[in-house]
Design a protein. Structure first.
Length: 81
């Protein structure tokens, strides 16, 4: 006899960011970009996970948090996999 729990489930969206820059001198622009998005359950079960490719022609200058805390491989040219 299989019973289905009627308890309300909770989910969280987890995003990892890196900082990139583009241009030189007065045209230098810096911003944060999303490199991964995940949906996890309250038990931290991964429901959905996707990598997002860094914008083309940008230079990554800070990815420490995504590498150390997010434990992501630092190849930001890879997209969804």
């Amino acid at each position: 006899d299989a019973t289905v729990s009627q308890a309300t489930r909770s989910f969280a969206i987890d995003c990892e960011f890196i900082k990139v820059r583009q241009g030189k001198g007065e045209t230098l622009q810096t911003w944060e970009v999303t490199v991964s998005v995940g949906v996890v359950s309250e038990e931290l079960e991964t429901i959905l996970y996707a990598r997002v490719q860094a914008p083309p022609r940008t230079q990554v200058f800070d990815d420490a948090f995504a590498r150390t805390q997010g434990k992501l491989e630092p190849d930001w040219t890879l997209g969804v996999r």
